[in-house]
Design a binder for this molecule. Structure first.
Ligand code: SF4
Length: 377
């Protein structure tokens, strides 16, 4: 099989992994050949513009994950030798098409042998091609601890896909991996590497809707991870049935759910919300339902906390207001403390960065509260 064909196959197989990369939409505009579209991704969440080559080392797997196209029943098998992968990346990087690598793999035979191939690919890039840019490597289920640490020495970021929120939910999705031993234990090794200063950052991914977990299950798992490890962030992947897999007839998960859980992840991780607060946005089935704005749903179900007086509220209270994020809360406090400023109108709040339409029902200015758009009561 030609290298380009392998890259397309292995790039498409990697597309189910959420790592902050989104498929490169304007290939032509960026001057990238259309045939590279399967494995060239934009970094959606990066402050710096960045484009990734995102591929698997191999797509042939010994495991039986029911949602995965690469599982042991797969027909079209392909793999890249380390030198093929490194040379391909080097050519793309030299042409200016990519500046980072995301490398994952199915487990082809023994996990350690596959991991060694990934490490060799990364090592060739670092040592022979002197690549100094961003590299995200995927830790494989069942791979050995010393190889996890070796990966850490080469990569900017490592990740382990937990996929499910608990061992019970994992049992709905596959029979060959042990959730606590093969997946979560590897995440704890990443935490150890991070605490010892041997790893810059690590992340995980959860699949939504393949098993029967609720949003509350997801929130509880995130809380546990953020409180007990130095996990950088959680990615979500809304389940989509793939033809030829055991779950091909299962309903796809709504993209809205992915969006809701990304919002709640921000509230827990960046805004400092407690789990009991985020839970206020859930319905009786422990789901966010049709709420498009999770923070708004939480605020609407927590009337005792509002209105918040913008001119004397703490940062913590300001952050509870829909339409006020950490940057804007910081700016309001700075203006109040350093310039002794009082905000007297929504126009002034808008200038400070407040999304006024969302914030209006939840704030008061000098004892006045806006009951509805366009009028003070
Ligand atoms: S371990 Fe599971 S999810 Fe990963 S490639 Fe193999 S079958 Fe797919």
């Amino acid at each position: 099989m030609a290298i380009l064909e392998k890259l397309q196959l292995l790039g498409n197989a990697a597309s189910w992994d959420s790592c902050g990369g989104v498929k490169q939409k304007s290939m032509k505009k960026a001057g990238i050949p259309a045939s590279y579209s399967g494995f060239v991704y934009d970094c959606a969440n990066s402050a710096e513009p960045c484009r990734l080559m995102k591929v698997l080392q191999s797509n042939s797997c010994i495991h039986d994950c029911k949602y995965c196209i690469n599982n042991s029943s797969r027909k079209g098998k392909a793999g890249l030798e380390p030198i093929e992968l490194a040379k391909s990346f080097n050519s793309l990087e030299k042409a200016g098409y990519v500046d980072g690598l995301f490398l994952s793999s199915a487990v082809t035979g023994e996990a350690d042998r596959t991991a060694e191939k990934m490490i060799k690919s990364a090592r060739i890039l670092r040592e022979r091609f002197h690549f100094k840019g961003y590299m995200h490597l995927k830790v494989l289920p069942t791979m050995s601890k010393h190889l996890v640490f070796e990966m850490a020495s080469l990569a900017n970021r490592l990740s382990v896909n937990l996929e499910a929120t608990s061992k019970e939910h994992w049992q709905e999705l596959g029979s060959t991996k042990n959730y606590l031993r093969d997946l979560q234990q590897r995440l704890l090794w990443l935490d150890e590497a991070k605490r010892k200063g041997k790893l810059t950052s690590f992340t995980t991914q959860l699949i939504l809707g393949a098993a029967e977990e609720t949003d509350l299950d997801v929130l509880k798992k995130m809380k546990w991870l953020y409180e007990n490890t130095k996990l950088h962030r959680t990615y979500f992947s809304a389940f989509q049935p793939i033809r030829g897999t055991a779950l091909e007839k299962q309903q796809p998960e709504k993209e809205l759910r992915e969006y809701q859980l990304y919002q709640s992840d921000w509230l827990l991780r960046v805004y400092g919300f407690k789990l009991r607060e985020v839970k206020l946005g859930l319905n009786e089935e422990n789901m966010f339902g049709n709420a498009k704005d999770v923070k708004m749903a939480i605020a609407a179900n927590n009337p005792n906390q509002f209105p918040v007086d913008v001119n004397c509220a703490s940062k913590e209270d300001l952050l509870r207001v829909p339409g006020i994020g950490p940057k804007t809360a910081g700016k309001i406090l700075e203006e109040r403390q350093h310039w002794n400023r009082k905000f007297r109108s929504f126009k002034e709040l808008r200038k400070a960065g407040v999304a006024v339409r969302r914030a209006m029902p939840f704030v008061e200015l000098e004892g006045r509260r806006q009951a509805k758009l366009g009028s003070f009561c």
